[in-house]
Design a protein around this ligand. Sequence first.
Ligand SMILES: Nc1nc2c(c(=O)[nH]1)N[C@H]1C(S)=C(S)[C@@H](COP(=O)(O)OP(=O)(O)OC[C@H]3O[C@@H](n4cnc5c(=O)[nH]c(N)nc54)[C@H](O)[C@@H]3O)O[C@H]1N2
Ligand SMILES: Nc1nc2c(c(=O)[nH]1)N[C@H]1C(S)=C(S)[C@@H](COP(=O)(O)OP(=O)(O)OC[C@H]3O[C@@H](n4cnc5c(=O)[nH]c(N)nc54)[C@H](O)[C@@H]3O)O[C@H]1N2
Ligand code: SF4
Ligand SMILES: [Mo]
Length: 687
Amino acid sequence: MLSNNFVKTACPHDCPSACALEVERLSSTKIGRVRGSAENNYTSGVCCTKVARYAERVHHPDRLRQPMRRIGAKGSGEFAPISWDDALDEIAENFTRATQTYGSEAVWPYHSGGNMGVIQRYGLDRLRHAFRYSRQQTTICVTPAESGWKAGVGELRGCDPREMAEAELILMWGGNPVSTQVNAMTHISRARKRGAKLIVVDVYRTPTIAAADIAVIVRPGTDAALALGMMHVLLKEGFADEAYLARLTDFDDDVRCHIESWPPQRAAEVTGVAVEQIVEIARLYGQTKRSFLRLGFGFTRSRNGAASMHAVSCLPAVTGSWAHKGGGAFFLALANWRLDTTVAHGLDMRDLNTRILDQSRVGAVLTGEPDALKDGPPVAAMIMQNANSANVAANSRKVAHGLSREDLFLCVHEQFMTPTARYADIVLPAAMFLEADDIFYGLGHTYITAGPRVLDRFEQSWTNHEVVCGIARRLGSDHPSFRMSAVELIDATLRASNRGTAAEAFETGWVECAEPFEDAHFTNSFPTADGKFHFKPDWTAIGPHGDQMRSLPDFLQNYEVADREHPFRLVAPPARTFLNTTFTETDSSRKREGAPYVIVHPDDAAREAVTDGALVVIGNRRGQLALPAKIDQSGRPGVVIVEGIWPNDDFSGGLGVNQLIGDDPVPPNGGSAFHDTAVWLRPQRSR
Ligand SMILES: Nc1nc2c(c(=O)[nH]1)N[C@H]1C(S)=C(S)[C@@H](COP(=O)(O)OP(=O)(O)OC[C@H]3O[C@@H](n4cnc5c(=O)[nH]c(N)nc54)[C@H](O)[C@@H]3O)O[C@H]1N2
Ligand SMILES: Nc1nc2c(c(=O)[nH]1)N[C@H]1C(S)=C(S)[C@@H](COP(=O)(O)OP(=O)(O)OC[C@H]3O[C@@H](n4cnc5c(=O)[nH]c(N)nc54)[C@H](O)[C@@H]3O)O[C@H]1N2
Ligand code: SF4
Ligand SMILES: [Mo]
């Protein structure tokens, strides 16, 4: 029992912390404070400030209250209220018409990470499977990283992140947990109190870099070169565990020779990191087996991101630190859960012959690029849940073109009138997590967290589950799942997976799914076909663009290089008090973030005659935008940083930073290269 009015639930947002929460319930329609659960030993009583202030978001005056139909031009934002019945009729009619005209694959239900629930996100898959609509390859976030991790390790799981507390050294690579998953810092701080050191590798001075003992600032996209330079030192100075390499990896003379071709001098030239620092961090990493490698997403959001992830993930295989408590590596837990979601996700209705469209290429799909459409029919009707693609997807100019097509029927189910919702023909008001039941995969830890409903329905809002069931029934499906409640689906899922019941999960607040040490550390075998860690992966088994990769830990030079016309490399990482585009509507987050700006190195500012606070224009062949410069010696010269996915409306040209980012798929298996863009920069001339 929790004290006072606090009740248990869980955070639904797209954040590896996946916190167990305690919410102060003031009435059936009002909350007060939100805090991290002290009883859950990963959350450990901490949650981020944005969710601690959730009252501001759930009781926001701009929340959508009723279904609406477009009355103005596409994208004009002019809507008139309609009833739920009329809205569902219109959706069903348009899905039916698209199916009759082009076949069922012309309908594309689309979900993203606004809500990560097993029911309230992936439940939309039931609708697509029931009617053989196009499937979705969910690539926008994790795919490059996942591809690189799977190449070596085999499955997306690893050492228990709570073990960071027992490490002597933590190597945080390409992640910014102070901003993006604050709970990781709780466990890192525990280690540091015992004297452990923290090394952080990033491309500019983030809050996590500021907290590090050793800050390593690389040029964007060069992480594989740094890892190779470190491995060179490890091999040369006797820090490699040759017995481990022989027993549990495919390490051979080819790999040894390749690593020998990467002395620290070569790595230094590529990365910009001093030779001395490369040697220093390699030695520190090699000197203790309790070196915990914690990998972030950021360094994999490049065209060579999968190759970088693979190269970095080779480090603990070289030293054999996997075998030790407080050693090994962790990126993300996705293979741990072993949930049987047949009913919840309609897998019994799935037809594997229906085409799969790439979530990240929504612009190319909607503008009819044949490869993006898999040479199939156009997409003529869509429903989007948990997605703000007009803002978050790469090449947002192309996305805007696609979303404004007159012959596209678009339904957006949203909490706010986002840039994406503005393009809709029908806008449906969405419940927030506090008004819905769900369970969540703990991506950055080993719990499935349980999120029972805390508040009554807000105005006319519906949960994602209710909308999925409502449309499916309108279209005539008699699949039993469309008559089950979210709690019944959760219960069926947990029972089928031998993970207890919904009632038990809601009572406890979570279900522990940690693996025994031997499994989490791959003590006897890795989850690959031959049981070994692969220095020489078969990339073609991972994705269709595997032939662009090399079967070695490799620095791939396929990224967008700066050239005479585009002398700068742009990195576009998250802002601390936004969560992707969620919270861009709350005053406290907007106040803290201020306004969009671009960080420019003083040397570059001097050369381009840019002064602090002055408006500059950054651009490339995809687009351009104006924003003030913040001159700061934060990254390397030639690198500019724009933090936060600001709403398109915050830019005078009506499109944000993602208009500059390419939407070509990252090899081997797709995904977006959000931090891999070449741009020009110049002062904005007054007219
Ligand atoms: N420049 C740049 N772009 C990026 C990234 C980057 O680092 N830099 N990161 C990328 C990454 S990693 C990701 S995952 C994507 C994220 O992209 P998205 O998943 O699209 O982003 P979010 O803003 O998290 O959520 C989208 C919307 O979901 C809505 N929502 C929340 N809960 C619910 C719900 O229960 N029901 C419904 N119907 N709607 C709900 C929110 O109001 C929000 O508008 O962005 C990508 N884009
Ligand atoms: N506050 C907040 N929290 C978030 C989010 C948010 O938008 N705001 N987004 C959520 C989502 S969807 C996700 S997927 C996670 C992502 O969380 P993270 O794992 O932290 O990944 P990113 O934020 O994309 O980038 C992390 C860091 O990588 C750095 N980086 C960029 N390019 C390179 C490179 O080439 N090499 C190296 N070494 N570093 C590089 C960036 O500067 C950034 O500081 O965070 C989640 N949490
Ligand atoms: S956004 Fe992340 S840190 Fe914040 S409450 Fe949710 S899971 Fe926890
Ligand atoms: Mo993400």
